[in-house]
Design a protein around this ligand. Structure first.
Ligand code: GLU
Length: 414
């Protein structure tokens, strides 16, 4: 069954309306909030290596910017629908306000499988897009960052093209750049580091033992692998990890260092010569304590939710659990740490990067970490306390916090 992600995003908002009403939030605001401000489609003709011209389509959705520039990631992926882009822009707005950043949400998505492009074609596509829409981008209005299949190199091409077009070196126009052109310290591992922090903080607040827990990780991309490396040092046992080709399982020990080397050589986890290799996606159904979802959307739905055994589910990817599955997991006493809190740390450090770029003054590693820690601690506690008070799951609590904050800004601006 295909689920329309935009409908899911709207449902998540409507699901918390009763709580928001109690807090004085008006329906007028909610109605406006259900729709993005604008959606743009751009078609880019790129000269390929064989001199043929191929047209690539981009979708871009700007959701809301009540208290700061639109912010989010550019994704390169072959499967895309306009509804998905709209949904991701809604989630971005919600996310930035759960952690109280002065930013709004948007999303770009280009229909392409980047693995099929040469480096030159990829560069041409990235630069072409900036040429096509640079008038809509500037550091105070709309600031892109990397997402699935985009990386610091792509951000460098884009910031370079942008700076040439506007005749001004503008590092604050894009985030997630390489350190040599003012990437913020910690940006590369911020999502994984923050996800782990929230999880540990949760165990702390519940006075539960973290050490000794078993972990399965779906997804061995940047977020999944960095998370594995960090959590490995905390005395837990990673027993399974997957990528798009399959997954490996070892009840005793998975050597993450070896897996990382393999991925750096563009191989799959299934190329490892040891451990059990399983090709379908049953990694989700493993009997582990902690399941980390670091792949794509829509993984746990009403169709497989009854088979999910993990007590704790951490969403490092965006929207891996559907609203219907959320309800069932909550009923069964399983805890979902939702994407809008668990993975809000990439954009938090992106915000730091943007601020530093605009000032042309850069903070040392310790200062970035200190600022990040303050936000992580406060946001996790805010969500935890509200969820306990209202007896709701952490996603709903995050929505209530975020939408109430956005409502306050909307009210004084409207
Ligand atoms: N694409 C990432 C996200 O979903 C990062 C966005 C950013 O750094 O602005 O949060």
């Amino acid at each position: 069954m295909t689920i329309n992600p935009y409908e899911s995003a709207k449902k998540q908002i409507l699901n918390v309306y009763d709580f928001l009403k109690e807090k004085g939030v008006s329906w007028e605001f909610i109605e406006e909030y259900l729709y993005p401000d604008r959606v743009l489609q751009v078609n880019i003709p790129v000269k390929m290596d064989n001199w043929d011209v191929k047209v690539f389509t981009w979708y871009r959705s700007q959701h809301k910017s009540y208290r700061g520039p639109y912010k989010w990631g550019i994704r390169f992926h072959q499967d895309v629908t306009e509804n998905e882009v709209k949904a991701l822009s809604v989630w971005m707005s919600v996310k930035t306000w759960v952690v109280d950043l002065p930013l709004g949400g948007w999303k770009w998505w280009i229909i392409v499988n980047p693995k099929e492009l040469s480096q030159r074609e990829l560069e041409e596509l990235s630069r072409w897009y900036v040429r096509a829409i640079y008038k809509y981008l500037w550091p105070d209005f709309d600031v892109p960052a990397p997402d699935v299949n985009t990386n610091p190199q792509i951000m460098s091409w884009m910031v370079d093209e942008y700076s040439k077009l506007v005749w001004k070196f503008t590092p604050g126009a894009f985030t997630g750049k390489p350190l040599s052109i003012w990437w913020s310290r910690w940006r590369n591992i911020a999502t994984s580091l923050g996800g782990l922090y929230v999880l540990e903080e949760y165990f702390d607040l519940e006075k539960e033992e973290f050490q000794g827990k078993t972990v399965a990780i779906q997804g061995a991309g940047n977020a999944g692998l960095n998370f594995a490396k960090l959590i490995e040092k905390k005395g837990v046992k990673i027993v399974a990890i997957s990528d798009s080709r399959g997954w490996i399982y070892d009840p005793d020990w998975l050597n993450i260092e070896k897996i990382e080397k393999l991925k750096q050589n563009k191989q799959s986890v299934t190329d490892l010569p040891w451990a059990e290799i399983i090709s379908n996606d049953d990694i989700l159904k493993l009997d582990v304590d902690i399941l980390v979802l670091a792949a794509l959307e829509n993984q746990i739905t009403s169709e497989n939710v009854e088979d999910i055994k993990a007590k704790y589910i951490l969403e490092l990817a965006n929207w891996p659990v559907s609203p219907e599955a959320d309800e069932v997991l909550f009923e069964k006493g399983q805890v979902v740490i939702p994407d809008i809190l668990a993975n809000a740390w990439g954009v938090t450090v992106s915000y730091f990067e943007q601020v530093q770029g605009n000032m042309n003054y850069y903070w040392p590693e310790s200062e970035v970490f200190e600022r990040l820690s303050v936000i992580m601690k406060k946001s996790t506690k805010d969500v935890y306390n509200l969820a306990k008070e209202l007896k709701i799951d952490f996603r709903k609590a995050s929505y209530v916090i975020s939408l109430e904050r956005q409502y306050e800004a909307w009210k004084v601006r409207k």
